[in-house]
Design a protein around this ligand. Structure first.
Ligand code: PMP
Length: 428
């Protein structure tokens, strides 16, 4: 047994499933997860000292690569000043101003500590602001694990959702309507019928929790038009896409003006910072100004905010997103070519520093099509890559992430590993 297996056995005796977030447990691909000791640039090192090229990037935040020296220096300085005060700090104003400057739809922003909190608070705010209960989400989108959002579509969709987790009462999800992603017709039908009763629509503009599935322009435009027409709050969840697909987020690529945007991941640069923000009259419904309660002991934590701010500064260097997009495009193009060489049905695409790989001839456009991807072939590919020092997300439902430190040599090494991995996939 190697050290990873020994530690996984040990972890399972004191932590449910041995992990503190389920997907880390490798349940769908099998085997022991790697216990990471340290990381630098595009690489992570496990407890055995083995090096991996990292395409998870802590599930999105590590856009600068690991241990960026400017970020680490800023964080060390912040630590010297104290870990937490529970009182306002200048950094909180700085990061709010920075977010506003980069994302023009945001007029005011409240910091929280996780994307889950951002989603939960945004939904409560939309309900409090509109005085309506019903909310709309889309199949395959994930917005954190708050009760009313843990919902799967009922039969035939366009129905009220049923809970997708034990412990969530149906009473809580009764007001959550689940629709198909990228189906503007279905959305319009719902709004024609009951638009005036709907508090909000929440959406990932580039879905990253059913692998990667970009929204169509028509889908988002219909959503903006219908929500505006009916006084429904449009929440765009940019926890994953914010500062990842472009400096201005997915909303800048689609030219969509949300009422509320959720942020997470990159805005914390690897520490627990997330946020929800948007139009001033809506945000003014939040406590202490308005009747919608929301709070957090560690919200706006000075060390975490410093880490986020330093990260936001770095990503504004000239040419950052051009280079990030080019490197990510090289990766997916290279993977596609390798798959073709080995005659494996495969497709891949990227937007900015985010990518999707699919064991399916064509990139999927819906949850249903994602479900058609070949999970067995992915599993073989995943393990072959991991053995060869390339760490991909251990699930067919996750997007992948590239950092600015993934240079040509790193991409080339990845493609060498993929050459062998696709050969293996072909044999099984
Ligand atoms: N929204 C989206 C789009 C996400 O990808 C995630 C996390 N993967 C969340 C919300 C929840 O964020 P957190 O894990 O920080 O609670």
């Amino acid at each position: 047994m190697d050290q990873n297996e020994v530690l996984f056995d040990r972890a399972q005796k004191s932590i449910p499933g041995g992990v503190n977030s389920p997907v880390r447990a490798f349940r769908s691909v099998g085997g022991a997860p790697r216990f990471i000791k340290k990381a630098l640039g595009p690489h992570m090192y496990d407890v055995e000292g083995k090096q991996y090229i990292d395409y998870i990037g802590s599930w999105g935040p590590m856009i600068l690569g690991h241990n960026n020296p400017h970020v680490i220096e800023a964080v060390k300085e912040a630590v010297d000043n104290g870990l937490s005060f529970g009182a306002p700090t200048v950094g909180e104003i700085d990061i709010a101003e920075e977010i506003k400057r980069l994302i023009p739809s945001v007029e005011e922003v409240r910091l929280v500590s996780s994307g889950t909190e951002a989603g939960m608070s945004a939904i409560r705010l939309a309900r409090g602001y509109t005085g309506r209960n019903k909310i709309v989400k889309f199949e395959g989108c994930y917005h954190g694990h708050s009760d009313s959002l843990l919902v799967k579509g009922g039969s035939g969709l366009l129905t009220f959702g049923t809970p997708s987790s034990a412990g969530v009462p149906t009473a809580v999800t009764n007001d959550t309507i689940v629709l198909e992603y990228n189906n503007p017709k279905q959305l319009k039908e719902l709004f024609d019928k009951e638009g005036d009763e709907i508090a909000c629509v929440i959406v990932e503009a580039v879905a990253g929790n059913m692998n990667m599935v970009p929204a169509t322009q028509e889908f988002l435009e219909t959503m903006r038009e219908e929500t505006a027409k009916h006084g429904t709050v449009l929440i765009v969840d940019e926890v994953m896409t914010g500062f990842r697909v472009a400096l201005g987020g997915a909303q800048s690529l689609y030219h969509i003006d949300p009422d509320i945007t959720m942020f997470g991941k990159v805005i914390g640069g690897g520490m627990p910072v997330a946020a929800f923000g948007g139009k001033r009259d809506i945000m003014n419904s939040v406590a202490p100004l308005g009747p919608v309660y929301q709070a957090g002991t560690l919200s706006g934590n000075p060390v975490a905010v410093t880490c986020g701010l330093a990260t936001l500064h770095e990503i504004q260097q000239p040419g950052f997103y051009k280079r990030l997009s080019e490197q990510t495009a090289k990766l997916v193009k290279g993977l596609g070519a390798m798959a073709k060489k080995h005659g494996v049905a495969f497709s891949a695409q990227s937007i900015g520093g985010m990518f999707g790989i699919y064991f399916r001839g064509k990139c999927p456009t819906s949850f249903k099509e994602v479900m058609e991807c070949d999970a067995d072939r992915f599993k073989t590919f995943f393990h072959a890559m991991l053995d060869n020092g390339v760490y991909l997300a251990p699930s067919i439902y996750e997007a992948g992430f590239v950092s600015i430190t993934h240079d040509d040599s790193v991409i080339a090494r990845t493609l060498e590993a993929a050459d062998e991995a696709f050969a293996k996939v072909k044999r099984v």
